[in-house]
Design a protein. Structure first.
Length: 145
């Protein structure tokens, strides 16, 4: 029996895989990445950073909300926003002090934190109330009839 496409995101491995992909992409030598002028969108790499760290927050919260459906996720969502922000800032410093062929960029940090913040807001909307989960985000146990 095939899994529903979005239900597959309720497992831990997509969040773990995404976290590893972020590390790999941000540690690749700059010479192995496409140049900025190959993309018609200015600052395309900032959109990539935004998506990477927004995806980090979303995938981890989606997994946790499916795994622990009775939880109220407000604190967990904020925690993963902070973890994502720390991860993004840490990777920029890693590029600055450890990697030879990469450079530090404050705007990358801004894009990382902005992506995490946008995902945090979406997660508050989708998973922030007790009873709402990735398995059934429309469920609200507090509805009175």
């Amino acid at each position: 029996m095939a899994m529903k496409p979005l239900k597959i995101l309720n497992h831990s491995w997509p969040a773990i895989t995404w976290s590893v992909i972020i590390f790999i992409l941000l540690t690749l030598p700059a010479s192995s990445l496409p140049s900025e002028n190959k993309f018609p969108i200015p600052n395309f790499d900032k959109l990539v950073h935004f998506g990477l760290f927004g995806g980090f927050v979303y995938l981890w919260i989606r997994y946790l909300s499916a795994r622990f459906p009775g939880w109220s996720f407000s604190r967990v969502i904020i925690l993963f926003f902070l973890l994502s922000s720390i991860y993004g800032i840490g990777m920029e410093y890693f590029q600055r002090y450890v990697l030879v062929d990469r450079h530090f960029d404050y705007y990358d940090i801004l894009a990382d934190v902005s992506g995490a913040f946008a995902a945090m807001l979406l997660c508050f909307r989708w998973f922030g109330k007790k009873g709402k989960t990735a398995a059934n985000p429309q469920t609200d146990l507090k509805i009175k009839q």
